[in-house]
Design a protein around this ligand. Structure first.
Ligand code: FES
Length: 312
């Protein structure tokens, strides 16, 4: 474990039997199973110098439901933990004529592995890396070293404290991208919202983003309504209260539901939706799939109709 910043720990995970791990692709993430039903997804930063190791970085989030606190305060060197294989929802299109990558805070983790791959392939890249201050920017020294020696890449840093508290101008970063560039963004919700607005006119297949948290806010939960979920296979009817997710209710009632991130980003809790009108709140289903109302991410989505019937 290495402290990257006051808030970010990087962690190297090594196989117990020295078996090589699956080759990673830039943008991959793994799930950490931390015990007591606590599972969270983290981007892979790299192979940490050996194919029997993965490296991740975890930012301490005092508002989290326990995973980052568990990692920072309880996980110790030598502990054994279970992880999933790598999965990728944030694919790098290395063949693009140019890649413009925007990272905010701990959002640098998948982006840093992409930059290293582009540099390895000699593909042109521009990285905009924003953080509250230099001291808050994980991997900054490594990134600056790579950029200094790069013949195909360029690093643009933005530190809020050096800019009088003004955040990175996402619109300007996007506007400076060539029209044939592929664009990537990973960072906090405000950054991603600005990115979505700024890239609205770009071809959709050139615009990529990864969220690392749920978009549910306190106000959206406060306005949530109770509804009923019907399990088609058993006919069981369960009430989902305003303050609980469908997944929580399924697990509380002993239903063997699959899950991972519990934040609507990994897709492990997806089920078939047979009836009802959902309120999709996930970040994983495509717009087309959401509009078809045939699939449901049960860890975060709710219902617009009094009842939803799912294939469980
Ligand atoms: S558990 Fe990850 S999307 Fe639902």
């Amino acid at each position: 474990m290495t402290r990257q910043t006051a808030q970010v720990l990087s962690i190297v995970l090594e196989t117990l039997n020295q078996e090589p791990l699956p080759a990673l692709r830039p943008g991959d993430h793994i799930d950490l199973h931390l015990g007591a039903g606590l599972t969270r997804s983290y981007s892979l930063v790299g192979h940490a110098g050996s194919h029997t190791r993965y490296e991740i970085a975890v930012a301490l989030d005092l508002h989290s439901r326990g995973a980052s606190r568990h990692v920072h305060q309880q996980l110790r060197v030598g502990d054994e933990i279970e992880i999933s294989g790598p999965r990728n929802l944030f694919e790098l299109h290395a063949e693009a004529p140019h890649s413009v990558l925007i990272a905010g805070g701990i959002g640098i983790t998948p982006v840093w592995s992409m930059v290293q791959e582009l540099e390895r392939l000699g593909r042109p890249w521009t990285l905009h890396f924003a953080a509250r201050s230099r001291a808050h920017a994980a991997y900054l020294e490594d990134i600056e070293t790579l950029a200094r020696g790069s013949v195909c890449g360029r690093l643009v840093t933005h530190f809020d404290d050096e800019a009088g508290g003004v955040p990175l101008d996402i619109a300007a970063a996007v506007a400076s991208a060539p029209q044939d560039a592929h664009l990537y963004c990973c960072g906090p919700a405000a950054m991603l919202n600005a990115y979505e607005g700024a890239t609205a006119k770009f071809p959709k297949d050139q615009v990529h983003l990864e969220r690392f948290g749920s978009t549910q806010t306190a106000s959206s939960l406060a306005s949530a309504q109770e509804f009923e979920v019907v399990l088609a296979r058993s006919g069981q009817k369960l009430t989902v209260p305003a303050h609980q997710s469908i997944l929580d209710v399924l697990l509380d009632n002993g239903v063997n539901a699959q899950f991972g991130c519990m934040q609507g980003v990994c897709g492990m809790c997806e089920v078939a939706l047979l009836d009802g009108v959902p309120d999709h709140r996930d970040q994983i289903l495509s717009r087309e799939t959401q509009l078809a109302n045939t699939r449901l991410i049960v860890c975060c989505s709710r219902s617009r109709s009094p009842s939803l019937t799912i294939d469980l």
